[in-house]
Design a protein. Structure first.
Length: 295
């Protein structure tokens, strides 16, 4: 029976419940992190916990100590006999008074769920979403439990027979072409190889500062790849020889097509630059997690 960690103890998943007055449930007042364990070690756990603490602080929620969260994650992995795992850590504002008042909530609700990781997916087919990524939105750099834009974008993708959706930033220009720069995918950061340079949207344009994004930028630098963080208009993507997504669970996922206006044009997927970065990322994860091989 699957065990989860909820508010200080392990319990069967089916018996884990949250109060109807929890402000995370009522108003999305909380943050979460999705992480990957290799050989029982969570890759860059410190970076995930730092991002979580920053988001919670912006919400005015007292974050549990990193040591407490590390113990909760380790206990959940052990209870489920998992060394390779997908882990979700959620911290909400906790029980309130049924009204939108963060000052009356607490202590925070802490939930850890660990599951076997999914199999490596096929190259992604993407669409452009009608949802917008607003760089000026509150908590743009936090992974909050208010995940509605991403949920709607994923629903669009699945309805279209695609795997994920790209979100554009800024206002629509009214052209019907979805004006604005590409900011991120619903569940991942986005990269493109253009003229042998690796391009990715700057954090100022609004993407989540992904832990894997950061690791891939390090890998690129170590390989001597020229990296440019810049706004990424559709016209720039259209010139790309390779496109890929990054996320904590999948790592690096090559893109096969985007809604019919970009595809790999008969080239191998993943392309040579993506393959080199995948290899470097596997080595990085294996070294940091002290395992023979990641993935």
């Amino acid at each position: 029976m699957t065990q989860v960690w909820l508010d200080g103890s392990l319990r069967p998943r089916e018996a884990a419940t949250v109060s109807i007055d929890d402000l995370g449930f009522l108003y999305g007042a909380g943050c979460f992190e999705t992480m990957r364990a290799f050989g029982g070690v969570v890759f860059r756990l410190d970076r995930h916990l730092a991002r979580l603490a920053s988001g919670l602080a912006a919400l005015g929620i007292a974050a549990p100590s990193p040591r407490e969260l590390e113990r909760a994650i380790a206990a959940t992995l052990d209870a489920n006999a998992l060394v390779e795992a997908r882990i979700r850590l959620t911290v909400s504002a906790g029980r309130g008074i049924g009204r939108p008042d963060l000052s009356q909530a607490g202590p925070p609700t802490v939930l850890v769920v660990a599951e076997p990781p999914p199999p490596n997916p096929a190259p992604a087919r993407l669409i452009l979403s009608a949802q917008r990524a607003d760089p000026h939105r509150p908590l743009a750099s936090a992974k909050t439990t208010n995940y509605l834009a991403s949920l709607l974008a994923l629903s669009e993708a699945r309805a279209a027979g695609a795997d994920d959706a790209l979100l554009l930033g800024g206002a629509d220009d009214g052209s019907g072409a979805g004006g604005g720069d590409i900011v991120e995918a619903a569940t991942a950061n986005v990269f493109a190889v253009v003229d042998d340079a690796l391009l990715t949207p700057t954090l100022a344009s609004g993407p989540l500062p992904g832990v894997t994004r950061e690791a891939v930028l390090e890998c690129a630098a170590n390989l001597g790849v020229r990296v440019v963080e810049r706004p990424l208009p559709r016209a720039m993507i259209a010139r790309a020889s390779e496109v890929f997504l990054t996320s904590s669970i999948v790592g690096i996922r090559p893109v096969a097509s985007i809604e019919g206006w970009w595809d790999a044009a008969g080239n191998a997927v993943p392309g040579p630059r993506t393959q080199a970065l995948v290899a470097a990322y596997v080595v990085l994860v294996a070294r940091e997690c002290k395992v023979g091989r990641a993935g």
